[in-house]
Design a protein. Structure first.
Length: 146
């Protein structure tokens, strides 16, 4: 039987393609901040934070967290508007209290992930990885004291 007769035998091309794709994803996750993003983080006023889309739709987008409550979702009035079907209309909220930030899932269909694990809520610290639907964020807080 030759390769065209057995679709399950493709000479290992799919395995190699998958391996290459996985390597590309891993290397993109470890990319450092661009100079522009570094400047944006450094310029954050005291008590504020920034979410940067590291992977997914709108990669590179930044969302300023400058209030005590930020809504996250597919609803057009969300503070962090994520226009994708993998995001619930009212997916999560990020709260700020005394300069500390916390994410809370609002019983979304696909969940909210912190450091790769599904969570109901989690404290956000500098460099924290957050996933909402297809969006993968890194959280950065201001280094300036309140």
């Amino acid at each position: 039987m030759n390769q065209s007769q057995n679709p399950g035998n493709n000479g290992g091309d799919d395995v190699e393609s998958t391996r290459n794709f996985a390597d590309e994803i891993l290397s993109s996750d470890t990319d450092q901040l661009s100079e522009e993003d570094q400047a944006a983080v450094a310029a954050l006023p005291a008590g504020n934070a920034l979410l940067i889309v590291r992977r997914g739709p709108n990669k590179g987008s930044r969302f300023l967290l400058d209030s005590d409550l930020a809504t996250v979702g597919r609803h057009p009035n969300s503070d962090v508007f994520l226009d994708d079907v993998t995001v619930s209309r009212r997916h999560a909220e990020i709260t700020r209290s005394q300069g500390h930030f916390k994410v809370k899932d609002l019983d979304s269909l696909n969940g909210t992930y912190f450091a790769g694990a599904r969570v109901d809520s989690a404290d956000l610290n500098n460099g924290a990885e957050l996933q909402i639907g297809k969006y993968h964020f890194t959280f950065y807080s201001s280094a300036k004291e309140i």
